[in-house]
Design a protein around this ligand. Structure first.
Ligand SMILES: [Fe+2]
Ligand SMILES: [Fe+2]
Length: 264
């Protein structure tokens, strides 16, 4: 099955003609399914974009932090649960079999403030633009607490989905936030300590590593994005994390790429 992977396409930055050209670029891959690892648009546009993408091929996706901008996490997730069956927001579903050997599952993931420099002065737009963070905009400790709670929820959801898919020979896991600091890449370099707390989900990484160790016969491919730099990290022989993004020096916002078309 030809599966075309997109991440961090931020389609709200495109004018109509550029958007149409990007849809044509995706169609030229002749995908049988689309795999999209978040940051598709913003809260007021993400339903429209996933519906349009689903006209090209059935879409399996997770959301990124930008998809919640100008709304709340609960409101956007509610809208995802009401999509029709051509667009599958994986967090709302149990693992699904997409080929005789391959199961797919996904969680959004969240930067869970469990690595890097917690004294970091990096300011994320998330804290101003997502309702859940507004009360913590000027309170670092509360912000860290919220990030850790969100990351913990994602890790538990991932653990439950992995338990249900242990028998599949191949597993495809979609998530937005890199689950290991080594998978967090920007402009060809590892992300630096001030960025890592917000760009890595340590909780989902712990769950993935434990599952892969317990099931050495299962091949697990994790697709993620968020850090906007392309990279690959293989913490175990049966676990590969591929981060999608742009080469160093190439414009990211307003310049969406097809990451890869893979055979699954
Ligand atoms: Fe992004
Ligand atoms: Fe992101």
């Amino acid at each position: 099955m030809r599966a075309t992977w997109l991440t961090d396409i931020h389609l709200n930055f495109l004018r109509p003609l550029a958007l149409q050209a990007f849809y044509e670029r995706i169609a030229s891959e002749q995908p049988q399914v689309l795999l999209v690892t978040g940051d598709i648009g913003e809260a007021d546009s993400v339903v429209r974009y996933v519906t349009e993408l689903a006209r090209l091929a059935p879409i399996y996706f997770v959301l990124g932090n930008h998809d919640y901008y100008r709304s709340s996490i609960a409101a956007v997730r509610g809208a995802m649960e009401r999509l029709d069956e051509s667009a599958t927001w994986l967090p709302a579903h149990e693992p699904m079999r997409i080929t005789p050997k391959t199961m797919i599952l996904g969680v959004d993931g969240w930067g869970d403030a469990r690595c890097g420099d917690l004294e970091s002065t990096v300011q994320l737009s998330d804290w101003k633009l997502i309702d859940d963070f507004k009360k913590a905009q000027h309170d670092r400790d509360l912000r860290i607490e919220i990030c850790r709670r969100l990351g913990g929820n994602e890790a538990r959801a991932l653990r439950d989905k992995l338990e249900l898919s242990a028998a599949a020979p191949q597993l495809l896991v979609l998530t937005h936030v890199p689950p290991f600091p080594e998978a967090c890449v920007y402009a060809g370099e590892p992300s630096t300590p001030p960025w890592l707390p917000w760009f890595t989900c340590i909780g989902t990484g712990e769950i993935l590593r434990a599952h892969a160790e317990a099931h050495p016969e299962q091949q697990i491919l994790v697709l993620c994005g968020h850090s906007h730099g392309a990279g690959s990290f293989k913490p175990l022989p049966n676990l590969e994390v591929r981060t999608g993004g742009w080469p160093a020096g190439v414009q990211d916002y307003g310049n969406p790429l097809v990451q890869q078309t893979i055979e699954v």
